[in-house]
Ligand binder design. Structure first.
Ligand SMILES: [Mg+2]
Length: 239
């Protein structure tokens, strides 16, 4: 199932004072696929921790992801893993596929109000990625999995924590995300929601993309495959 892309009208975002962005596959396109590297690192961590073959470690890694929301949550619960050791290893990746995105940087800079990165990754990962994209300086703060007490989106407690920490008036905020399930709580809190989808949504990409058959269309206000273009449209027409 794919949703039709919808173009914003300036009035839709005129009230927005706080702009909240997921990091991975949102601030950079899906095809960059940094997650493939993170995924391999997690498998390596589990294999070494439990002295397993990679195939076996991978099965356990995915089982914990499905049972506990993240691989880390399962490792903490069942194996008393130090979350920092795991997160450091998971995010020890090559950021060179990310290139400076001047168009995106200029658009984010021009957005009126505060800008946040809200990620299930770490601050270090978000900083490294945003720095590589040349957009880090445009953000007021980064809320990560450590700040969330290791409880990932889409848990509503984590959105509450993010909102109260930053005194966010959710009715005057917008959220940009590539995972539909992570937009359900924001929508319920009154935020404008924008779903990022892969460019040239083809068969090969669809196979690796998170399954989208459970999209609750009511929680998605807009769909786009071009974040810069989307923001430019809001800004130019609002000017
Ligand atoms: Mg994401």
């Amino acid at each position: 199932m794919t949703l039709p892309q919808k173009l914003p009208s300036p009035a839709d975002f005129a009230h927005v004072k706080d702009w909240v962005f997921d990091l991975d596959n949102t601030l950079y396109p899906h095809h960059i696929n940094l997650f493939a590297q993170i995924d391999r690192n997690m498998t390596g961590f589990v294999a070494e921790l439990l002295q397993m073959e990679p195939d076996e470690a991978r099965i356990l890694q995915k089982r914990y992801y499905h049972e506990h929301g993240t691989t880390l949550a399962g490792l903490m619960l069942h194996h008393q893993v130090d979350p920092n050791a795991f997160l450091e290893r998971a995010h020890a990746i090559d950021y060179s596929p990310l290139l400076p995105d001047e168009t995106l940087g200029a658009a984010i800079k021009r957005l009126p109000g505060r800008k946040f990165i809200f990620t299930n990754g770490t601050v270090a990962h978000a900083e490294a990625a945003a720095r590589a994209l040349g957009i880090l300086d445009h953000f007021d703060d980064i809320f990560d999995i450590v700040a969330a007490d290791y409880v990932p989106k889409p848990a509503s407690a984590t959105y509450d924590k993010f909102a109260s920490l930053n005194r966010l008036d959710t009715k005057n905020a917008a959220m940009f995300e590539d995972l539909p399930r992570n937009l359900m709580v924001p929508k319920a809190l009154g935020m404008k929601t924008v779903l990022l989808v892969p460019r040239n949504l083809g068969r090969a990409i669809l196979e690796t993309w998170e399954r989208v058959d459970h999209i609750d269309e009511d929680s998605v206000d807009f769909v786009t495959d071009d974040l810069s273009g989307f923001l430019g449209r809001i800004l130019d027409e609002a000017a």
